[in-house]
Design a protein around this ligand. Structure first.
Ligand SMILES: C[S@@+](CC[C@H](N)C(=O)[O-])C[C@H]1O[C@@H](n2cnc3c(N)ncnc32)[C@H](O)[C@@H]1O
Length: 376
């Protein structure tokens, strides 16, 4: 594939999800921690062919443009970007120059290499010094299914405050599930060779069985308490991939669900390229609410219902939309849609364009900026 390539609508939706979640994650973590890390394990070139920003640029802009950022000058924000392809890493380094000079508490490091090797380097460096990783959000966005072993994810993100945002290429997996060439990558990705539950599922349910199995493995093997998923579909309504998010924090679950509702104000669970030109993404206009309306009317029609969502409900995939404990939702006919609103202090749409500043490039594997938790 070329160094840069055209963006697809579901890729832009994935970026929106990331941006909304980071818009909550940065200030929450920064208000409590001395150092936090955003690690992009498959960073790409930082730009798409029509100039749209890639995930490293989105992550940095979300922090630097955040209204709360000036309040957190005592927190160190560390960004690690890993990319195996040299021309793409060079392009990323050049794109990152737009942020120079960075505020002194923001540090960026690029790593030329394979995700597995760089992460093993991180773990080795921490082990040698008997330190643990600072609170980290790992964004893991491979093209395929290889190079992301569950065993590595488990060791890397085993601290309580570490989280995972991963792209699971289930369509590809489903099509080649039992072929010999897929087996190694598949078993390593899932951390098991037992796919009997998936194989026994009816054809139309195999993809969701795969997603459920992966989330179960994140809980069983990597000790995450909560795992959520968000479906991305192509224009022909086939599944492109799932975004999987894993955490040990109920606040994380709540904030990720908020991000899911912002990308999909209709069901909070999926995005389809088919809706790309219908104005549903982000704007809140032309949102298809009939499914949500039907479900709410079925359950609560004619009643005035106080909504008191226990925090635990946010961990459920089919949970009702979140409302503040004091809110009352009247379900007489039209349900109120306030799921797609922008929260105060949250970043707005991803800004386009470059500021033209210059960014230093670090080619250190590890060390680059410090990675250990300074609190011990
Ligand atoms: C899906 S693209 C990343 C897109 C980027 N995260 C974004 O959202 O803008 C995957 C990238 O991972 C790189 N890559 C492939 N295998 C890799 C590996 N084993 N380690 C690190 N990077 C890898 C590819 O060169 C490609 O640029």
């Amino acid at each position: 594939m070329a160094t840069v390539w055209p963006i697809e609508p579901h890729t832009a939706a994935k970026h929106e999800l990331l941006m909304h979640y980071l818009g909550a994650w940065f200030p929450i973590l920064a208000s409590r921690e001395q150092r936090i890390i955003f690690l992009d394990g498959f960073a790409g070139p930082g730009i798409y062919s029509d100039g749209e920003p890639g995930s490293p640029i989105i992550a940095l802009r979300t922090l630097l443009n955040h209204s709360a950022f000036p309040r957190y000058s005592r927190c160190e924000f560390i960004f690690h970007f890993i990319e195996a392809d040299t021309p793409r890493l060079d392009r990323l380094s050049s794109e990152l120059r737009q942020f120079d000079p960075l505020p002194s508490n923001v540090k960026v490091s690029t790593h030329r290499g394979e995700f597995v090797d760089v992460i093993e380097g991180v773990l080795g460096s921490l082990d040698t010094r008997n330190r643990r990783l600072a609170p980290t959000l790992a964004f893991v966005d491979p093209f395929g299914v290889s190079g992301v072993p569950m065993e590595l994810i488990s060791r890397f993100l085993d601290s309580r405050k570490c989280e995972l945002f991963l792209i699971l290429m289930v369509d590809h997996l489903n099509r080649f599930l039992t072929t010999a060439h897929m087996k190694g990558g598949r078993d390593s990705l899932f951390g098991t060779d037992d796919f009997s539950v998936v194989e026994a599922a009816p054809a139309g349910e195999r993809i969701s069985a795969l997603v459920d199995l992966y989330k179960q493995q994140l809980r069983d093997v990597a000790n995450f308490q909560y795992a959520l998923d968000f479906e991305m579909r192509r224009a022909n309504e086939t599944v492109a991939y799932y975004v999987v998010y894993a955490t040990r924090s109920l606040t994380g679950v709540e904030k990720f669900k908020d991000a899911m509702w912002k990308v999909d104000p209709s069901t909070g669970s999926m995005f389809s390229d088919r809706h790309w030109n219908q104005g549903s993404l982000l704007t809140g206009s032309n949102v298809e609410l009939s499914q949500l309306q039907h479900r709410l009317s079925e359950q609560f029609g004619g009643e005035t219902v106080p909504i008191r969502a226990p925090r635990r409900v946010h961990a459920r995939r089919d949970a009702v939309p979140k409302a503040r404990p004091s809110q009352r939702l009247e379900v007489h006919g039209e349900p109120r849609n306030d799921c797609g609103r922008e929260a105060a202090g949250q970043p707005q749409r991803i800004p386009q364009g470059h500021s033209g500043a210059v960014q230093r490039e670090s080619r250190h594997l590890i060390p680059g900026p410090a990675i250990e938790d300074p609190t011990g």
